[in-house]
Design a protein around this ligand. Structure first.
Ligand code: TPP
Length: 206
């Protein structure tokens, strides 16, 4: 017998209590020299707010590209930890890339989904993860080695070890609250972002 889907609501479910800015800042305090590829919009702003560094490869407008970009980077830079930091809507748009990540299996790749179950930037439209889609189960189905579901700040130390030390590819889903954080917009010029990143990797001269 199948269960009926949960009804949609204008309010986030009670389980989504994590405040994204403080959460991301604390998680990233353990990043060391990890390279971070954020998804478009909110996760890019969270990453910038947590601390700007040339090791952040910001992106603008490219929905669904965080995991494939981080995957290529992880394969090209096997000595560096690479984190894709993205939203539930963003990852769902490029969800098939999890299959490639699992197939290529770079040990240095981690993915953190900031799951508010909404498309917050474009008007808080309901996403699929608030209803029937279980991203950890989806990732496992694609063959991702390990997954972790985070619903409280007390899990952050375990999450940091998972994202920055565990053998990848790994994927964590953090259930975060809907919030109204002020926009924190980094550099918008893609060529400048890319050049700064390549200089940081020693691939281009300053
Ligand atoms: C191909 C494409 N479709 C739609 C958009 C518009 N868009 C920008 S951000 C966004 C929602 C992103 O949602 P999510 O990743 O869950 O981020 P959050 O809710 O944390 O802002 C959408 C639909 C886009 N940029 N590209």
């Amino acid at each position: 017998m199948s269960k009926s889907p949960k009804s949609s609501s204008a309010n986030p479910p009670a389980s989504n209590r994590l405040q994204r800015r403080a959460f991301v800042t604390e998680v990233l305090s353990a990043r060391g020299d990890a390279l971070v590829v954020p998804g478009l919009g909110s996760s890019t702003w969270d990453l910038f707010a947590a601390g700007d560094t040339p090791a952040n490869l910001y992106s603008w407008g490219g929905m669904g590209l965080a995991v494939p970009t981080a995957l290529g980077l992880a394969m090209a830079q096997p000595s560096r930890r690479v984190l894709a930091l993205t939203g539930d809507g963003e990852i769902m748009m490029g969800i098939g890339s999890l299959g490639v990540a699992a197939d290529q299996a770079p040990r240095n790749l981690a993915i953190l989904v900031l799951d508010n179950e909404r498309f917050s930037e474009t008007g808080r439209q309901r996403g699929l993860t608030g209803n029937r889609v279980d991203l950890c189960a989806v990732a496992k189905g694609f063959g991702i080695r390990e997954t972790m579901l985070v619903t409280e700040a007390g899990a952050i130390p375990d999450l940091q070890r998972f994202l920055f030390e565990a053998e990848g590819p790994v994927l964590a889903v953090a259930k975060i609250a809907l919030s109204e954080d002020p926009w924190r917009l980094p550099e918008k010029d893609g060529a400048a972002i890319g050049r700064r990143f390549k200089i940081a990797l020693g691939l281009e001269k300053p």
